[in-house]
Design a protein around this ligand. Structure first.
Ligand code: SF4
Length: 64
């Protein structure tokens, strides 16, 4: 799995951080920060959840 984020689309909802706090954080303005772009397999389900709950389709996932 490889994750990409389009920060310019982020509306700072924080939903991704709630779903996958080891993979996503937010800066002082609430904009998403990608902590790791190739998460370990045990995190994949939470990353998929984060992508699905993001209201602005910021998070894209490439499966290996
Ligand atoms: S869920 Fe989407 S819009 Fe909300 S902070 Fe995360 S990337 Fe940004």
């Amino acid at each position: 799995m490889k994750i990409k984020v389009e920060e310019s689309w982020c509306v700072a909802s924080g939903s991704c951080v709630l779903a996958a706090p080891k993979v996503f954080d937010q800066d002082e303005n609430g904009v998403v920060i990608l902590l790791q772009d190739r998460p370990a397999p045990e995190l994949h389900a939470s990353v998929r959840t984060a992508a699905s709950v993001c209201p602005s389709a910021v998070i894209s996932i490439e499966e290996d």
